[in-house]
Design a protein around this ligand. Structure first.
Ligand SMILES: Cc1cc2nc3c(=O)[nH]c(=O)nc-3n(C[C@H](O)[C@H](O)[C@H](O)COP(=O)(O)O)c2cc1C
Ligand code: SF4
Length: 518
C-alpha cells in the first residue's frame, strides 16, 4: 500500500531544507523498497517546526518536526510511516495546541492540500463560494460581503463590501480587480502562504469579486522577493484557466474573468494602492493624490477594486457559509477571523488564524510562548514598520481595529514582531525614520524631508546634544508628518517613533555606542 508523506514546499520550509528532506525520504523509501508518495503541501504555519513532515496513517496526519535530511533514516527506523514514536514525533497534527486552538476559515486548506491539485481543492470545499456567487445577482454578492463585516486586511481596515459597491455602481466598460500581494510589512507572510499553499482560494476570491463588480480582468501584484509564490500562482492560474474556472465563461456562467500575476521590484511604497497602480501601469511607483478614488478611476483610469490577498481569500468562505456565519466571529466592529503572524524574537513563530478578540498578551505569551531566547519581552511592534511599539503594560489590549486605534496603534496586516529586553527603542525610532527616508516616494515634503530631519534629530538626542529640545523637536516633526503627509508612509511613521518615546523614555538618552561608533 502506498503511504502518503507530506513535506511542505512553502518558502519557510524550503529555507530550512525541505527539498533535501523530501529527496531524502524518496531515496530512503527506494532503498528500503517501500511505496511512498511524497506530496509537497503548503505550510501549516508552525514555523518553528519546519520542515514539518506529516504521514497519513488511518485517515489521520501524524507530524514530525523540525526534520533535517539527516533525521530521515532514523525516522524510517522508528517506523514513522506507521506513526512510530521518534524524538521529532509531534502526535496528530490537528492536536498540536498551536493549531488546535485556531479557527481556520481563510487558511482551512493551507498545509492540508496539494496546492496545485484542483481535485484536492474541490474535496476540501473549494469552489463552493464561486458556484453560489454565479447563481446570484452582482448586487446580492456585494450585499453578502458587506453583511459579513469583512474589512480590508491590507492595513486600513476599510469595509470590503462598500469598496465593491462603489466599483459595481461606477460606470465603465472595463473594470479591474487588483490583488495587493506586495506584502511589505515586517513580520508578515500570510499573503505569501496563501499564494504558495492555497492559490486557488485567491483565484476563487478574485473571480467572485469580478462577478460582483463587473470586472473582467484581475492582476495579482506581488514582489520579486516572492519567486515561489509567483511560480505557484502562475501555475494555479493556468490550471484554473484550463479547467474553465477562468476565461470567457467562468464555470460556464457566461461571465468573463481572467487574471495574471505581475511582479514589482520590491519597494515598500508600491504596496500603497495608488503607487501600486502606477507600478502596474509600468510607471514609477509614486503615490497618486486622492480623489479620484481607485474604485472610480483606478488602473488605466478604470473603476478598480484594490484588495489585499487575505481580504479576497476570505470571500469564498463568506459566499459558501453565509454572511452571518462569518460575522458571528470577532468582537465589536471587527468581524470574522484574522491570520495573525507572530515573528521576531518569539518561541513559537508562525501563522495563527483566530477570531478578533484575543489580547495582545495572550498572543505573545500563551500562543507565541514568549521570546525564543527566554529573555523578558520588552516590546512588540504590531502592524509593520509603521505600527506602534506596545510595552507589556499594554498587553491587555484586545486585538481588534478600534482597540488598537484607541491606544495609538494599528493592526495593519496583523504582523506582531517581538523584541526582548536588549532592544534599544531609540535605535528602533531612528530605524523608523530611516526606513521612511529610504522608502519615501518623494511626492510630499513632510515625508521626503521630514524623515531625513527625523534621523538627524534622533542622532542629536543620541549624542546628548540639547536632548530635551531635540525630543520636543522630534515630537513636533512627528506631528507635522502625521497630519501633513499625503499617504500613510509619512503619516504613520510617527507611530513607531512616538510610541517608542512615550513608552520607553529611558532609552532616549545619550548612547555610548553611538559615540563610540563615530
Ligand atoms: C506605504 C504603504 C504600504 C502598503 N503596503 C501594503 C501591502 O503591502 N499590502 C496591502 O495589501 N496593502 C498595503 N497598503 C494598504 C493599501 O494602500 C490598501 O489600503 C490595500 O491594498 C487595500 O486593500 P484592503 O482593503 O483589502 O486592505 C499599504 C499602504 C501604505 C500607505
Ligand atoms: S507620504 Fe511619503 S510615500 Fe506618501 S506620498 Fe508623501 S512622499 Fe510619497
Amino acid at each position: 500500500m502506498t503511504v502518503t508523506v507530506f513535506v511542505p514546499g512553502d518558502s519557510a520550509a524550503l529555507a530550512v531544507g525541505a527539498d533535501k528532506v523530501a529527496a531524502a525520504i524518496e531515496r530512503e523509501a527506494k532503498t528500503r523498497s517501500l511505496d511512498v508518495h511524497v506530496v509537497r503541501n503548503g505550510s501549516r504555519g508552525l514555523l518553528w517546526l519546519e520542515p514539518l513532515v506529516e504521514v497519513r496513517v488511518d485517515h489521520h496526519r501524524i507530524a514530525y518536526g523540525p526534520v533535517r535530511a539527516a533525521d530521515v533514516p532514523g525516522l524510517f527506523d522508528a517506523n514513522f510511516l506507521e506513526g512510530g514514536v521518534h524524538p521529532l514525533f509531534q502526535g496528530q497534527t490537528r492536536d498540536i495546541p498551536f493549531l488546535a486552538r485556531q479557527t481556520r476559515l481563510t487558511f482551512s486548506r493551507c498545509g492540508v492540500t496539494d496546492p496545485l491539485s484542483l481535485e484536492d481543492y474541490r474535496r476540501y470545499q473549494g469552489l463552493k463560494g464561486l458556484e453560489k456567487a454565479i447563481a446570484m445577482a452582482p448586487a446580492d454578492i456585494v450585499k453578502q460581503v458587506t453583511d459579513s463585516g469583512l474589512r480590508g486586511r491590507g492595513g486600513a481596515g476599510f469595509p470590503t463590501g462598500i469598496k465593491w459597491k462603489t466599483v459595481l455602481d461606477a460606470p465603465g466598460d472595463r473594470k479591474y480587480i487588483v490583488c495587493n500581494a506586495d506584502e511589505g510589512d515586517s513580520g508578515t507572510f500570510s499573503d505569501r502562504m496563501v499564494m504558495e499553499g492555497d492559490p486557488f482560494v485567491l483565484i476563487e476570491g478574485m473571480a467572485i469579486a469580478g462577478l460582483a463588480t463587473g470586472a473582467t480582468k484581475g492582476y495579482v501584484y506581488t514582489r520579486s522577493e516572492y519567486p515561489h509564490a509567483i511560480r505557484m500562482m502562475t501555475a494555479a492560474i493556468e490550471i484554473a484557466r484550463e479547467a474553465g474556472i477562468l476565461g470567457p465563461s467562468v464555470m460556464g456562467s457566461g461571465h468573463t474573468f481572467d487574471m495574471e500575476v505581475r511582479m514589482g521590484a520590491g519597494a515598500y511604497v508600491c504596496g500603497e494602492e495608488t503607487s501600486l497602480l502606477n507600478s502596474l501601469e509600468g510607471k514609477r511607483g509614486i503615490v497618486r493624490a486622492k480623489p479620484p478614488l481607485p474604485a472610480l478611476q483606478g488602473l488605466f483610469g478604470c473603476p478598480t477594486v484594490v484588495n489585499n490577498v487575505i481580504s479576497l481569500a476570505s470571500v469564498p468562505v463568506i459566499m459558501d457559509r453565509g454572511a452571518a456565519f462569518y460575522r458571528d466571529y470577532g468582537v465589536g466592529r471587527s468581524h470574522g477571523t484574522i491570520p495573525i503572524q507572530l515573528a521576531g524574537n518569539v518561541k513559537h513563530g508562525g501563522l495563527y488564524e483566530t477570531a478578533f478578540g484575543l489580547t495582545l498578551g495572550e498572543l505573545v505569551y500563551d500562543i507565541g510562548g514568549g521570546t525564543a531566547n527566554g529573555r523578558p519581552v520588552k516590546a512588540v511592534q504590531v502592524g509593520g514598520p509603521l505600527g506602534a511599539y506596545f510595552p507589556p503594560s499594554l498587553f491587555d489590549t484586545i486585538f481588534d481595529y478600534e482597540a488598537f486605534a484607541a491606544k495609538d496603534g494599528l493592526i495593519g496586516h496583523a504582523g506582531i514582531v517581538v523584541f526582548d529586553d536588549t532592544a534599544d527603542m531609540m535605535k528602533q525610532a531612528r530605524f523608523a525614520m530611516e526606513f521612511c527616508a529610504v522608502e519615501s516616494c518623494g511626492k510630499c515634503t513632510p515625508c521626503r524631508i521630514g524623515s531625513t530631519r527625523g534621523v538627524e534629530t534622533v542622532d542629536r538626542i543620541a549624542r546628548g546634544i540639547e536632548p530635551e529640545k531635540n525630543r520636543a523637536l522630534l515630537a513636533d516633526l512627528c506631528n507635522t508628518m502625521k497630519f501633513g503627509s499625503l499617504c500613510a508612509l509619512g503619516g504613520f511613521t510617527p507611530y513607531p517613533v512616538m510610541s517608542a518615546m512615550t513608552h520607553f523614555p529611558e532609552d532616549f538618552a545619550p548612547t555610548p555606542l553611538v559615540e563610540a561608533a563615530e
